[in-house]
Structure formats: C-alpha cells, structure tokens
Design a protein around this ligand. Structure first.
Ligand SMILES: *[C@@H]1O[C@H](CO)[C@@H](O)[C@H](O)[C@H]1NC(C)=O
Ligand SMILES: *[C@@H]1O[C@H](CO)[C@@H](O)[C@H](O)[C@H]1NC(C)=O
Ligand SMILES: *[C@@H]1O[C@H](CO)[C@@H](O)[C@H](O)[C@H]1NC(C)=O
Ligand SMILES: *[C@@H]1O[C@H](CO)[C@@H](O)[C@H](O)[C@H]1NC(C)=O
Ligand SMILES: *[C@@H]1O[C@H](CO)[C@@H](O)[C@H](O)[C@H]1NC(C)=O
Length: 795
C-alpha cells in the first residue's frame, strides 16, 4: 500500500514535470504542419517567431517570410539531415556561432534579406556540403576581412549571392579557399572600396552578375577595377541595373574587351541610340560571341550608324523584354548588316517586333535559329518576313513564332516550305482554330509545336516526317493519324477520354496526356503502342474501378515508366474515393466481386434451404415439433378423465379402416353378445355426424372406460400418429395408465414401428398386449382375456 502510494506520487511528479517541460518548449518553438511525405516542410509566411518543430529527419525546410529574429545554438540541432534551409525575409539579427553545426549535409542556405550586421565565418565552419549560399540584402557593411570559409578545408560552394545597399568595402580575402564558383552575384550601389582580386577564385568563375546601379556613373575607377577582375574568356558576365548613355561610364567596358569576355549580358538597363552606338564602338574588335539584352528600355529609334565592323565572332544575340519608345518608327536595321551577317542564333522575344523586312533577311543567310516569340507578327507581316515563301534564310533549322497573332496554318506551311533545312517549327499560342486538310511542309521537318492554337480536330495536314508533335492545350477529343516516325507526342490539356489508338504510332516512346478527361487505361491500350516507354497521364478523371486499381497498382510499372510519378494519379469516381491517389484507394472485396458474391450467397441460401428440407424429411422434424407443442399443451391441462363423468361405453374401439371387417364381424358380435354384454363405441356407428372427427374421438374416449386399440401394420402407419399427436394429453396412451388395451391383430416387429412413435414403443414394451391367435382353439382364451381386460373395476 505504502509503496504504491509512493509510486503514484512520483509518477504524478514525473507527469507534471514533463507537462511543464513540454509546455515551455512548445511555447517557444511553434509547430509547423506544412510537412509532406517527401520530408519537405513549407513553413513560409506563417508569422513564426522561432524555428518551428518539424520531423527530425526533415530534408527541406522553408521558413522564409516569417518574423524570426534569432537562431539559438539548439534550434536546429535535431535536423541533421537537412539539405535545404530557407530563412530569407525574416528579421534575423542574431545567429548563434554554432547554430548550423549539425548541418553537415546542408547544400543550400538562404539568409537573404534579414538584418544581419556581421557575417560570421564560424556559422559555416561545419557546413561541409554547402553548395549554394545567399546572403543578399542584409546590413553588413564589409566582407572579406576574413575568408567566409576560412574554417573549411575544401569548400564545395558553387553559387554565392551577396551585397546590399550598405556594403562599403570588399576585401581580398572574401573568396579565399574557394577553388571555383559556378555563379557569383553581387549587388552594391554604394561601394566605396574594392581590393583587387576580391572577386577571383583559383579558376575563372563561370558566371558573374554585378549590379552597379549609381556606382556605374559615380565611381568609374571602382567599376573598372571590378570589371577587370571578372572579365575572362571563360566567364559569362552580366551587368545589371545601369543606365548607359554617356561616353565615360561606357568606356569602363573596355575592361571587358581587354579581358576577352565572350559572353556579355545587360539586364534591367536603359539606354539611348547614342548609348548603343557608343557601346558598339567600345566593344568593337572584341571576341564577343554572345550578347544578351534583357529588360531594357531603349529611348530611340534604332538609328545606329554603321562605323564598326569587327564583330566576326558574334554568333548569338538574345533580346528579351525590350521596350522601344516609338517602336513603329524603328528602322529596318539595315545599317547593322555588319552585325547581322555573322549571326547564327537570334532571339528577339517580347520586343514588339511586328515585321522583319524581307530585304533584311537577305543578310541573315547564316541564321540557323530564329526565335521571334511574344511579338506582334500577323499573317500579313509573316508573309513579308519570310519573303512570301521565298526566304533566303537557307540555313534556318529552328523557327519559333509562338505567342504571335498568326491565323492561317495553311499560310505558315506555305511560307516555310522552301526552308530546306527547317527541322523545328514552333507556332504555339497562335489562333489557328482549324487545320487545312493538306499542307506543304519541308521534308526536313521533325518537330512541330501546335500547342494552344485552339484546334478542335487534326487532319493529315500534320506531316508524317515528324518525330515530336506538341498538340497540348487544344480542344482535341480524338487523334487518328498515321505517324510512323513519331517518338514524342504531347496531348496535355485536351479532352481525350481514352488513350489514342497506339497502332498509329509504332515508334512512339513518350506520351504526355495529363489534364485530359481520361477514365482509365488498361494493358491492351498500352501494349498497342509498340515502343512506348514513358507515360505522363496524371490529373485525369480516373474512374477507379476494381480492374483499373488492380492494373494500375500491380501491372502498370512493368509496362511503362510513369514519369510524373504515381502521386499524380488520383481517383475522380466513385465518390467515396474522389481525391485519393490511386495507390491509396482501396475497394472492398464486396465492391470488386459483387456479382460473384451475390450469386454465392443466393446459391448458399438455396443449398441451406434444401438441406433443411432434407433434414426435416429425414428426421421428421415437423413431427417432433408438433409433438413438442402437444406435450406443452398437455402440461397445462389437468388429467382429463374426471371421475364424475358418466362412462357410457365400456370401450372405445380404435382401428384402421383396413381392419374394419375383423372388428365389425368378429370383435363387435363377440363382445356385444357376451354376458354381460359390453357397450362398445365404434366411430363408424356411434360418431355424431357433422362434428369434427377429432372432437368425436375425444368425446368417445372421454365417455369410454377403456380404449381398445386394434393394432395392425396399417393402423400403426396410418392411424397411430393421430393418437400420439392429438390425444396424448389424455394420458390413455401413457405407459402408466392402464385405460388403453392393445390387441395385436397381426405380429408387428417392434423395429418396424417408426422411432418417433416412442409412446407406442413404450407401451408395447411395458404392457402385455393381446395377440389375436390364428388357430381357433386359442381364440376362446383370447376372448376371455379381452373381456377380463375390459372389465370395469368398480363393478
Ligand atoms: C559586428 O562587427 C562589428 C565590428 O567587428 C562589431 O562592432 C559589432 O558589434 C558586430 N555586431 C554584431 C551584431 O555582432
Ligand atoms: C532595375 O534597376 C533599377 C535601377 O537602375 C532599380 O531601382 C530596380 O530595382 C531594378 N529592378 C530590378 C527588377 O532589379
Ligand atoms: C514583355 O516586355 C514588357 C516590357 O517591354 C514587360 O513589361 C512584360 O512583362 C513582358 N512580358 C512578358 C510576358 O515577359
Ligand atoms: C511547345 O510550346 C509551348 C508553349 O510555347 C511550350 O511550353 C512547350 O514546351 C513546347 N513543346 C515542346 C515539346 O517543347
Ligand atoms: C481496354 O480499354 C478499352 C477502352 O479504353 C476497351 O475498349 C478495351 O476493351 C479494354 N480492354 C480490356 C482487355 O479490358
């Protein structure tokens, strides 16, 4: 007793302790329920003030856009498997020196746009796997007094983004230890000092992006210093957020030429005709092979005097999102022929291009790749741009005119039919609406993109030479075309309810048919495609029948690879399974084998009924039931033969119709004529007509002193049952009652008496019965015995 009390006390103390412990822990550390099966936790923008509690084996943790101010020594200790940690856009001002010490598998760390004043190399001292670090936009003012990765022997960092409006100086040590970077991004408009060599690693960095902002106008020496460090033939350079209009700043780009930079991009810039002219002049004679210009505002009309001609290496021009003031006055660019004639790859995307004059395209004879997507080309201007089907761009193999305003596929096919090398044609996102029956295409065409062109039907316009055909995001319901070489078919976002017949595409290896209304597919649908290896058919309206579930879970992976993963396949019906992935959906055995089960149950019932019938027949169950009822009735009744009743007869004779002759001609005369004569009751003679026979018998028995049974086989088989059933409660046939007298008219073997007539058997066992002798000598004795048996005792 004492012991158990003590145990209880300590138990409750323990519980209290653990409760308060849990309480203080959780009040500090919120929970995050944004974690999924792949151990990826999205806890972004949830007003969290601390690192939340997530599964210990989490791989990806996003806690960006919260209110976290600090990270303690232990906040992250349990998450030893982390690969990605996103902490950007919080209010971090304090990170414990050992906060990341258990994250030696971390590959990506984003600390950008917090309030960190110092970046400590101690944080990174254990991050042996860190590949991507982003510390843009904090409040640190200097970097590089010590190497960021001074404590790591062999940092594997690939990308680094840093810089903010407050950074004033950058010191040489910054990247020490790092052998090579893939990407370095720097933002810093207010830099005041830069130590030469700070942006250099042992091997040239593959891509450098520098955002100079005001610095580009204000501190040319510093800009030159930086550009000198990052200009290298193997470094792709991006210069961001500047405005180049005047000569002096533009001249700093001389460093780029000196460094033999081959790839240069300008992003988020603004310029003028004069600025472009100056730029071309400064870069003239450089080995540039690629110029990219993105998000640039051009204040001018494209008048760039052709004074410089040394751009022999320039092969690729990439222009995107160029806002041209007064673009409709833009010139034909004929003056840029010196530039154009070497180009092989031109992209002019979202630049309000509405036409390329036919005459200009004469100088584009080397062009192999031309991307004019997201512009204003129409049927008419396209006709001009491809010189009415007689274009001189004989080397063109890729033409992309998606997101324009083309309306006639017939015209497009006519215009490109003379481009003998054209293999790729992308005319997606135009408004064709319908397809002509016949088209003319260059025989070289292999790739045709007709995605989002509002098509309802396909026709033999589609050339047989294709290996890739994209018809996604149209209104197609069927697809039957003989395409013997087709390898890739995109039908995403259409209205198919079943897979197209694979027999038409003997070479098809990849089929993309997500976001249609497919109900199901089965083995024969898939094997009809003789070469199919990859299928993407998620996000359809699958009807999860038993066959489909069985096929999908058990067999589909043996036939093909579902590239979009099993999790994209969900049930649309039946209603009970809607939204479940097919892998999780379960149908009961009953759902799946309803007909079989119902027929089994029915036949079971029939069998049981038959069995019951057979058993009843065999074992006379009905008989026993009736017996039981009779017995129960008898229990409730008093002994019937009441003493006061007048007994009119000496004996009631009960016999079978077959034995009537013996009874009427021998028994009755013998007994009724004896001295004294006995009064016998015979149902043939004495029953009141019109009454129910059972009542008659009862009354006869009640008014008779004895009951005389004339037993014969016939009687036993036909009459006895009535007595056991209806009259057993009179007790006349009880073994202890001697009111019954039995005459055995013929020998009856006891075994032949049915077992259920147990009373009869009992009486015959317990009582002597009179046997009717066949020889006449003994008959006298029989009559004597019978009379004695029937004699009333009271007289
Ligand atoms: C950052 O470093 C400076 C100078 O080393 C120091 O004065 C300052 O207190 C540090 N700030 C924090 C938050 O550690
Ligand atoms: C583009 O540059 C301007 C300054 O030149 C800057 O204010 C702006 O934030 C930049 N935009 C982007 C998207 O970087
Ligand atoms: C196209 O360029 C304009 C600027 O010229 C830009 O505002 C717009 O967002 C761009 N559109 C797309 C789809 O990139
Ligand atoms: C076809 O064009 C669309 C839109 O321009 C693009 O998204 C899709 O990737 C292209 N198809 C293929 C197979 O490249
Ligand atoms: C497979 O499904 C198609 C309809 O998609 C049906 O016509 C075909 O009879 C099915 N084959 C089998 C073996 O169930």
């Amino acid at each position: 007793m004492f012991v158990s009390l003590r145990m209880k006390a300590s138990l409750s103390i323990l519980i209290c302790f653990s409760l308060t412990w849990a309480h203080t822990r959780t009040s500090e550390r919120p929970n995050c329920n944004g974690c999924n099966k792949d151990l990826s936790c999205d806890c972004a923008a949830k007003n969290l003030r601390h690192i939340p509690i997530v599964p210990a084996n989490v791989l990806f943790l996003d806690v960006s856009f919260n209110e976290i101010e600090s990270i303690s020594q232990t906040d992250l200790t349990t998450y030893m498997e982390l690969r990605t940690l996103k902490l950007q856009e919080n209010k971090l001002s304090m990170i414990h020196q050992e906060a990341f010490d258990s994250q030696n598998k971390l590959e990506e760390l984003d600390l950008s746009f917090n309030k960190l004043e110092n970046i400590s190399s101690l944080w990174f001292s254990k991050l042996r796997s860190l590949k991507h670090l982003n510390i843009l936009g904090n409040r640190y003012t200097t970097l590089g007094s010590v190497a960021l990765f001074q404590f790591l022997e062999n940092p594997v960092l690939r990308t680094l983004q840093f810089g903010n409006p407050f950074i004033k100086d950058i010191k040489q040590n910054m990247l020490r230890n790092i052998i090579q970077l893939d990407e370095l991004t720097f933002v810093g408009g207010n830099l005041r000092s830069y130590e030469t060599g700070s942006f250099q690693t042992a091997y040239p960095i593959r891509a450098v992006s520098v955002s100079f902002q005001e610095l580009f106008q204000e501190n040319l020496a510093l800009v030159s210093k930086i550009l000198r460090d990052v200009s290298h033939p193997d470094t792709s350079l991006t210069i961001r957020d500047i405005s180049f209009k005047s000569m002096k700043p533009i001249q700093t780009l001389n460093e780029v030429k000196e460094g033999c930079t081959r790839r240069i991009s300008f992003q988020n810039c603004s310029t003028t005709d004069e600025g472009v002219t100056l730029l071309l002049k400064v870069l003239d004679g450089s080995p540039l092979s690629y110029i990219g210009i993105e998000d640039v505002r051009l204040l001018g009309r494209g008048f760039w005097p052709p004074q410089w001609t040394h751009y022999e290496n320039l092969h690729t021009i990439f222009l995107r999102n160029i806002e041209i003031q007064g673009f409709f006055r833009f010139s034909s660019m004929l003056q840029l022929v010196f530039l154009l004639k070497h180009l092989t790859k031109i992209s002019v995307i979202n630049c309000t291009v509405f036409v390329i004059p036919c005459i200009t395209t004469y100088f584009l004879q080397k062009v192999e790749y031309l991307d004019l997507s997201q512009n204003l080309l129409s049927d008419i201007t396209m006709q001009e741009s491809l010189c009415n089907g007689d274009s001189q761009m004989h080397n063109l193999n890729t033409l992309i005119v998606s997101h324009n305003s083309l309306k006639s596929l017939d015209l497009v096919s006519h215009l490109v039919s003379s481009l003998r090398k054209l293999t790729v044609l992308d005319v997606s996102h135009n408004d064709f609406l319908k397809m002509p029956q016949v088209c003319r295409w260059p025989a070289s065409l292999r790739f045709l993109n007709l995605s989002a062109t509002k098509l309802h039907h396909v026709t033999p316009c589609i050339p047989q030479s294709l290996t890739t055909l994209d018809l996604s995001q149209n209104f197609l319901t069927a697809f039957q075309l003989d395409l013997p070489h087709l390898v890739e078919l995109w039908l995403t976002g259409n209205r198919f309810i079943s897979l197209p017949d694979g027999g038409w595409f003997p070479s098809l290896q990849m089929l993309f048919i997500e976001r249609n209304t497919l109900n199901m597919f089965n083995k024969s649908d898939l094997t009809a495609f003789r070469s199919l290896q990859f299928l993407e058919a998620g996000q359809n309206n699958f009807v999860c029948s038993c066959e489909f579930l069985e096929f999908f879970k058990g067999h589909v992976d043996r036939l093909i690879t579902l590239r979009d993963g099993h999790h994209s396949y969900t049930c649309d019906s039946p209603f009970s399974l809607r939204g479940l992935t097919i892998d999780d959906a379960q149908l009961s055995v009953f759902d799946c084998h309803m007909i079989l089960i119902v027929s089994l149950i029915c036949s079971g019932i029939v069998v049981v009924l038959i069995a019951i019938g057979v058993i009843c027949y065999k074992f006379h169950v009905l008989w026993y039931l009736q017996m039981t009822v009779a017995w129960l009735k008898a229990k409730g009744k008093p002994g019937v033969r009441n003493a006061g009743a007048t007994l009119r007869y000496d004996a009631f004779v009960s016999y079978s119709q077959h034995d009537a002759e013996w009874v009427e001609e021998i028994l009755v005369p013998e007994l009724e004529s004896s001295d004294p004569p006995l009064a016998l009751c015979l149902h043939m003679r004495d029953f009141l007509p019109g009454r129910w026979i059972v009542d008659n018998i009862i009354e006869s028995i009640e008014s008779s002193y004895r009951t005389l049974f004339v037993l014969s086989e016939n009687f036993v088989m036909s009459e006895w049952c009535r007595y056991e059933l209806n009259f057993s409660h009179f007790r006349i046939i009880d073994e202890n009652n001697d009111s019954a007298v039995l005459i055995l008219l013929e020998p009856i073997a006891k075994e032949t008496i049915p077992k259920r007539f147990c009373k009869l058997r009992k009486i015959m066992n317990s009582r002597t019965y009179l046997e009717w002798p066949q020889d006449e000598e003994r008959q006298e004795e029989f009559w004597h015995n019978l009379r004695a048996a029937l004699k009333r005792e009271d007289c």
